[in-house]
Design a protein around this ligand. Sequence first.
Ligand SMILES: *[C@@H]1O[C@H](CO)[C@@H](O)[C@H](O)[C@H]1NC(C)=O
Ligand SMILES: *[C@@H]1O[C@H](CO)[C@@H](O)[C@H](O)[C@H]1NC(C)=O
Ligand SMILES: *[C@@H]1O[C@H](CO)[C@@H](O)[C@H](O)[C@H]1NC(C)=O
Length: 197
Amino acid sequence: MHLSATALLGLVASANAHGIVTKPATRTPGDATAAVCGQTMVNFYKQDNTSYPEALMRAHGLDKDYNAAKCNLYLCRGYQFADNTANVQSYKPGDVVEMDVYIRIPHKGYANVSVVDTTTNTVIGTPLIDWPNNYAATLTPPANQTKFSVTIPALGDRCTTAGTCVLQWYWLGQGQTYESCVDFTTPKTASAKMFKA
Ligand SMILES: *[C@@H]1O[C@H](CO)[C@@H](O)[C@H](O)[C@H]1NC(C)=O
Ligand SMILES: *[C@@H]1O[C@H](CO)[C@@H](O)[C@H](O)[C@H]1NC(C)=O
Ligand SMILES: *[C@@H]1O[C@H](CO)[C@@H](O)[C@H](O)[C@H]1NC(C)=O
């Protein structure tokens, strides 16, 4: 292990909270992320994939390749779709998606899961599930905070192209933000098919 990685781990260990979605498969940082966020950032999250951007910045985890326009640290942690093309889920409106979350260190806060249009970083509709003020307050949070399901809403044709839409889990615990993103598509609606034909 490199010295710098050890130093990063030390900083990470002093932080207050940590978490990640473990199911379905989420974006992970790879070469495409390194190209716009920097290899230092990718290495940071490879050391601890439950960490968060505020800790990254405290650890000076942004190098010369960090491009703020292309790497939004608060959208999917900055992880890029091109690193996750093998894990695009196919959902239909009404599908029930089981999600598992791993909370490594708790911190009481606010969490939700929403469909986010990553091209504009906007939530489509309203959160599919949310915990207004009591999320992950204890080391073993209530089971329904770490194992729950969401139902895919009607999305029209907004999510038919892979890479556009994610199910984003978002947790804000005392100034620390966590995001995990599941890439997915929904089929083109009948009217769009007819229009194209
Ligand atoms: C996070 O990192 C742990 C430890 O390296 C690994 O076992 C796990 O598969 C990773 N999870 C995700 C969702 O990347
Ligand atoms: C989650 O479980 C707790 C008990 O541990 C219960 O009080 C609460 O109503 C449940 N919430 C949901 C959304 O099911
Ligand atoms: C989801 O939670 C985050 C963290 O608190 C918050 O910033 C965001 O506004 C919430 N999203 C919605 C759509 O309520």
